[in-house]
Design a protein around this ligand. Structure first.
Ligand code: SAH
Length: 480
């Protein structure tokens, strides 16, 4: 995040907390300020971090209704201070929820914002009551309308068309019958909300021709009404750096934590296809014997660190050992389990670790590792005259099988970026997809992974300088 914060206008759904979107919950988790409405189900708020600043936008401390301009002021002032602000509304934020006004104010104040739609009460309520709001042979139109008292002086209307790519001309002509003037703004959104979203706008008079010329194809949604002109000011989707990009993440479940959110935050469409599944092994007596004999314990993966306390049973058993980490990433996880490293290498790779091994680090070395790698590190140590051994405390299995439709889609449409966070993932992915044509770029988490990926036949376009989601992102930005 830069200096300026951001506001997410989020739909909390109609009530049932399970009807809130995944994306909505993701941003709720990282929000620093949350302005919520009366209609938001309290159980949803449990997703937020404990130190978030709560603002009840339904009520002022004196028990009055909070004025809309006060809500605007709060949104702007917190975002301007660099905060991540969530404006949480019942149902969908753009359906009778004044979300559009809030977006306009933010656009005017040049505060970046995003909209996360919600399931609107007008569809969910009937659905939970067993009432389909449209039904073949019964109803071809659905009308949302606010109660007469809330109407105000303007009576504008919005018409939304489904299944209108073929016959768009007829559809727009019928809008004239409904009383919309020919000059009414109209737009079509193709493959809405996916990385291939495309929006074309015109008027009732021009849209059908425009769409034909630009070869709009199904699925698409048509919108007719003055509201379409708001897009000039409120377009936000295409402003994010990774908007329209499809990214395939192949990292293991343990590693990819927070990665999807990181990329989605910048607008990418993320496909998580883990190539590895990491599982701790049942502890053996021999491990403790080897540990008790060792002077140095060497960790070369975050997974080894995570499974170590469990493998050992009692961390006091390593009181006499020094701890080494291959690089900063592994060292950070060591700190997290309360075993800060005595020496941290320049990472990654065993070659670099052995080369950089300090003179003063004497004694027997024990490599704590998983079953994916070979024993090349201890061989290197032995060549240099050290006593070295290893214990394998976790298994690195292949990822879950990839559903056929996912495989087909990937073959057919490809992706903009393929992200490899380990050499194993690169070679396994190659085995699964020997001929994947439409991959535009490949990024590796570090030099060792890049090498393994090249060996597996991938054309690597860039390599991260730091082994983290941020590092990968920076490498991608440099390359594009
Ligand atoms: N943005 C909201 C609507 C806000 S207007 C949405 O998309 O759903 C508020 C109105 O929505 C209420 O007066 C009521 O008519 C309807 N509503 C919202 N939640 C509801 C629920 N759980 N059950 C029934 N009606 C609901």
């Amino acid at each position: 995040m830069g200096k300026c914060g951001k506001v997410w206008l989020v739909g909390a759904g109609p009530g049932d907390p399970g009807l809130m979107t995944q994306r909505g919950i993701d941003v709720l988790k990282v929000a620093e300020v949350i302005l919520y409405d009366r209609l938001v189900h309290p159980a949803i708020l449990l997703n937020a971090s404990p130190d978030v600043l709560w603002i009840n936008a339904g009520k002022t401390p004196r028990g009055r209704r909070m004025e809309q301009h006060e809500i605007h002021r709060l949104l702007i002032s917190h975002a301007a201070k660099g905060k991540r602000v969530v404006r949480l509304k019942g149902g969908d934020p753009f359906i009778f929820g004044r979300g559009g006004e809030e977006a306009e104010v933010l656009a005017q104040a040049k505060i970046p914002f995003e909209v996360i739609p919600g399931v609107t009460a007008g569809i969910a309520g009937p659905a939970y009551a067993g009432i389909p709001v449209t039904q073949r042979g019964m109803s071809t139109e659905l009308l949302f309308r606010i109660g007469a008292r809330a109407e105000g002086s303007v009576r504008g209307r919005t018409l939304v068309g489904y299944m209108t790519v073929e016959g768009m001309g007829d559809f727009l002509e019928r809008a004239l019958d409904l009383g919309f003037p020919l000059s009414t703004p109209a737009g079509v959104i193709e493959r809405a909300t996916t990385s291939q979203q495309r929006v074309i706008t015109g008027t009732i008079g021009t849209l059908a021709n425009l769409a034909k010329r630009k070869r709009v194809s199904a699925p698409a949604i048509v919108v007719v009404g003055t509201v379409v002109s708001l897009r000039n000011r409120l377009r936000w989707w295409e402003k994010r750096v990774l908007a329209g990009k499809r990214i395939v993440l192949t990292a293991s479940e343990a590693l990819r934590k927070g990665w999807r959110e990181c990329f989605e935050d910048l607008g990418a469409e993320v496909w998580e296809i883990p190539m590895t599944h990491i599982q701790p092994l049942i502890p053996e007596k021999a491990w403790v014997q080897k540990i008790l004999k060792a002077d140095w314990l060497v960790f070369t993966s975050a997974s080894a660190v995570r499974f170590f306390p469990q493998a050992l049973g009692d961390l006091r058993k390593v009181a006499g050992c020094k701890i080494a980490a291959v690089g900063k990433g592994t060292a950070d996880v060591l700190v997290a389990i309360g075993l800060p490293a005595d020496w941290v290498g320049q990472g990654p790779g065993s070659e670099k670790l052995v080369q950089g091994w300090p003179q003063w680090a004497k004694g027997r070395i024990l490599h704590i590792t998983g079953d994916a790698g070979d024993d090349s590190m201890i061989q290197r140590f032995r060549k240099r005259g050290y006593q070295a051994d290893r214990i394998i405390i976790y298994r690195n299995q292949g990822g879950r099988s990839i559903p056929k439709p996912v495989q087909d889609a990937l073959q057919k449409e490809g992706a903009d970026w393929l992200v490899f966070a380990s050499g194993t993932a690169a070679s396994r992915f190659r085995r699964l997809f020997p001929r994947l044509k439409k991959i535009r770029q490949v990024v590796a988490i570090g030099p060792a992974t890049a090498r393994a990926a090249r060996n597996a036949g991938w054309r690597v376009s860039c390599v991260a300088k730091e082994p983290s989601a941020q590092g990968v992102l920076r490498a991608m930005m440099r390359a594009s």
